[in-house]
Design a protein around this ligand. Sequence first.
Ligand SMILES: *[C@@H]1O[C@H](CO)[C@@H](O)[C@H](O)[C@H]1NC(C)=O
Ligand SMILES: *[C@@H]1O[C@H](CO)[C@@H](O)[C@H](O)[C@H]1NC(C)=O
Ligand SMILES: *[C@@H]1O[C@H](CO)[C@@H](O)[C@H](O)[C@H]1NC(C)=O
Ligand SMILES: *[C@@H]1O[C@H](CO)[C@@H](O)[C@H](O)[C@H]1NC(C)=O
Ligand SMILES: *[C@@H]1O[C@H](CO)[C@@H](O)[C@H](O)[C@H]1NC(C)=O
Ligand SMILES: *[C@@H]1O[C@H](CO)[C@@H](O)[C@H](O)[C@H]1NC(C)=O
Ligand SMILES: *[C@@H]1O[C@H](CO)[C@@H](O)[C@H](O)[C@H]1NC(C)=O
Ligand SMILES: *[C@@H]1O[C@H](CO)[C@@H](O)[C@H](O)[C@H]1NC(C)=O
Ligand SMILES: *[C@@H]1O[C@H](CO)[C@@H](O)[C@H](O)[C@H]1NC(C)=O
Ligand SMILES: *[C@@H]1O[C@H](CO)[C@@H](O)[C@H](O)[C@H]1NC(C)=O
Ligand SMILES: *[C@@H]1O[C@H](CO)[C@@H](O)[C@H](O)[C@H]1NC(C)=O
Ligand SMILES: *[C@@H]1O[C@H](CO)[C@@H](O)[C@H](O)[C@H]1NC(C)=O
Length: 718
Amino acid sequence: MSGAKIFFCWAAVAILSCLFVQFAGAQITDPSEVTALKTIRNSLIDPFNKLKNWDSGDPCTSNWTGIICYNSTLSDGYLHIQELQLLKRNLSGNLSPELGRLSYMKILDFMWNNISGSIPKEIGNITSLELMLLNGNRLSGPLPEELGYFPNLNRIQIDQNQISGPIPKSFAYLNKTQHFHMNNNSISGQIPRELSRLPELLHFLLDNNNLTGHLPSEFSRLPKLLILQVDNNNFSGSTIPPSYGSMTQLLKLSLRNCNLQGAVPDLSQIHQLGYLDLSGNRLTGSIPSNRLSNNITTIDLSNNSLNGSIPSNFSGLPNLQRLSLENNNLSGPVPSTVWENVTLTGNKSLTLDFQNNGLSNIANALNPPANVTLLLAGNPVCANASQLNIVEFCQPQNVQAPGSLTNSKTSCNPCSTDSDFEINPSSPYPCFCAAPLKVGYRLKSPGLSDFRPYVYDFEEYLTSGLRLSLSQLYIASFLWEEGPRLRMYLKLFPNNTNLFTASEVRRIRSMFTGWEIPDSDIFGPYELLNFTLGSYESVISNPSKSNLSTGAMVGIVLGAIAGAATLSAVITMLILRRHSKYRLVPKKRSLSKIPVKIDGVKDFTFEEMALATNNFSDSTQVGQGGYGKVYRGVLADGTVVAIKRAQQGSLQGSKEFFTEIELLSRLHHRNLVSLIGYCDEEDEQMLVYEFMANGTLRDHLSGSEGVRISWIVCSLFV
Ligand SMILES: *[C@@H]1O[C@H](CO)[C@@H](O)[C@H](O)[C@H]1NC(C)=O
Ligand SMILES: *[C@@H]1O[C@H](CO)[C@@H](O)[C@H](O)[C@H]1NC(C)=O
Ligand SMILES: *[C@@H]1O[C@H](CO)[C@@H](O)[C@H](O)[C@H]1NC(C)=O
Ligand SMILES: *[C@@H]1O[C@H](CO)[C@@H](O)[C@H](O)[C@H]1NC(C)=O
Ligand SMILES: *[C@@H]1O[C@H](CO)[C@@H](O)[C@H](O)[C@H]1NC(C)=O
Ligand SMILES: *[C@@H]1O[C@H](CO)[C@@H](O)[C@H](O)[C@H]1NC(C)=O
Ligand SMILES: *[C@@H]1O[C@H](CO)[C@@H](O)[C@H](O)[C@H]1NC(C)=O
Ligand SMILES: *[C@@H]1O[C@H](CO)[C@@H](O)[C@H](O)[C@H]1NC(C)=O
Ligand SMILES: *[C@@H]1O[C@H](CO)[C@@H](O)[C@H](O)[C@H]1NC(C)=O
Ligand SMILES: *[C@@H]1O[C@H](CO)[C@@H](O)[C@H](O)[C@H]1NC(C)=O
Ligand SMILES: *[C@@H]1O[C@H](CO)[C@@H](O)[C@H](O)[C@H]1NC(C)=O
Ligand SMILES: *[C@@H]1O[C@H](CO)[C@@H](O)[C@H](O)[C@H]1NC(C)=O
């Protein structure tokens, strides 16, 4: 390092700091959006102070929690808010009408908070809105008419709130909307028949509300509808429109506990129907005898007043998991062919619940295979149970939950003390430690009753949707809940490396939060319950345009500080060493060649460095500069370090390497991260620093981005 370079460096710091101060004075986010955001924040209650950084700086260029902006200015010269992502931040209070000023916004996400009050009608002003995600709050009051005029809305999720009043007729104008998720509210009145105009509607979930009137027969005209789920409403006096049998694209029809009467319609023309639940109504007449789709997994007609015999059309359905006909008035013989031609290999099973009917005899001996559960209690045929040799089927039983899973711990040694590392049980390498992303996930309307045979299909579906390898997904647990819905806890691991890159973390997260994972016919729509970034939080929240992460910057900045702050010492040393023997250090060096024994600074072998960084894999790289690359590594003892690896030849034989080691080992200022060690072999020179948690250094540097950026520029000359 020459005096000239150091002078230049200081000059650069000064100039860039000045530039930054001026630059920071001019906000570049649309000022009306900045004002709106402050008002929005003031109407929220934020007990954990999650939005404290909304106080200062600029939403798009400082690190404002939950704000994602367009990556360039629009024609008005301003940056604009593209997404407001506030999933599960323990917020309460109200939604401010000022949300309507964020008129370029595409994603509005307040999921799983505790927000009350009503949905402000001004939200209808956000004409670019694509995803309205307000589920899991305590919002009340009616749905504003204005919500019907979004020209680009793809998804409305307001489920699990306390919304009341009717569905506005204006919703019939949402002609790009595919997903209506409004279940678990107190929405009342009739389903507007006008909604049958919606050209793109795929999923209509309005279960657990207070709807009344008739099921609109016009819904059969919805060209794309896949799921119609309106369980637990009160359509007193309504029948199931026979026209529903002509919705040939339908995958799931769920009308449980709706106080419906009349007959079960013929649904045999719905070619891919996978799930049918008409239970808990007042349906009468006999069960249509036409055969349902081969795709059907679940048929639930229980708790009605159906009569006649059980038709033979339930036989030979290859994917059937559950046939529930209990608590009806069915008579005639117990069907003995339902399980015929059904292959129950592996963990497949079939439950046939015929309890509490009028079944009076058996035509053939009953020999269902082991994985068929046949329940006949409460039928006249059980009066002769022992005579007919069917005692085992006549025990009254509640059908047990169709399996849950909590994976136990593996027999591996625990991962390093870096607490975010976990063993990836799906990895082809045993006991492989890496930092996962953890996702609380729930299938909201699955087309199956028993998940166990579908676990592999699910893993394949989700990983291909996320463009990951199969070994990157681990299902830590799954559990059936009311609905029925299937809650899961997923862990996503890097692909055979220890860490995801920041861009990969961002990509995966936005696939979940932007509903970019394609829907599955069998698994249906998903809910995002939580998304835990863990140690990636700091990596991805850093808005810097530089491709350096905070950790890397810290390392580089320290190098620069150390150099500059001890200017005179360096020069002195350089002069002293100009003619010294170190100049003649041969190309192939060994540790013994380092002439000075430096207290408290370890020498590492190349192997140790390679191990710590997964062989210097790209995924552990956190930065790059003129001198070479910076990696985040984990030493054998679990210490997380930043490893600065000189480009081959860049420091070859030079004095800077030794100088930096010596200087850093002497500097024990509280603001500096300490040098832990170095590696100097095989033509390689590396410096190993303590890896600093984000923000620590910046706090000491008075919080100015400008100073930080200048230091980085500076370090490129050092
Ligand atoms: C900016 O955003 C657009 C659209 O969202 C995207 O296509 C483009 O790649 C982004 N550019 C950069 C530099 O990230
Ligand atoms: C949010 O609140 C819940 C309970 O109200 C609590 O269990 C949880 O820890 C809180 N979350 C955070 C991140 O503070
Ligand atoms: C919503 O739009 C109306 C009409 O364009 C305008 O008068 C009103 O100020 C807007 N409200 C908000 C909060 O943006
Ligand atoms: C939600 O807010 C209400 C009051 O505003 C409070 O009583 C309740 O405990 C909160 N619930 C959670 C889960 O934080
Ligand atoms: C949606 O409806 C509006 C008003 O009826 C119409 O102007 C627009 O072209 C429609 N868009 C689509 C995609 O059909
Ligand atoms: C549904 O409406 C009835 C009366 O119409 C009312 O008594 C009941 O409380 C409502 N239920 C809910 C969950 O709002
Ligand atoms: C089972 O397969 C056999 C041979 O293909 C066929 O004759 C029989 O009708 C099938 N049974 C049922 C219930 O589908
Ligand atoms: C299916 O039957 C086999 C053999 O009887 C048994 O090992 C397996 O656990 C059963 N599977 C289920 C899901 O009941
Ligand atoms: C996320 O959701 C899963 C599944 O419900 C749950 O097991 C986990 O505890 C949740 N994590 C957080 C941080 O809330
Ligand atoms: C994961 O890594 C393997 C090689 O280790 C590669 O073949 C595969 O394509 C990678 N998968 C993804 C999704 O990048
Ligand atoms: C229905 O079954 C066919 C044939 O097995 C399969 O190709 C298709 O994907 C299934 N559809 C659904 C919705 O499961
Ligand atoms: C950005 O803000 C988040 C949340 O407040 C915080 O966790 C993170 O450390 C911040 N990142 C930087 C680089 O300041």
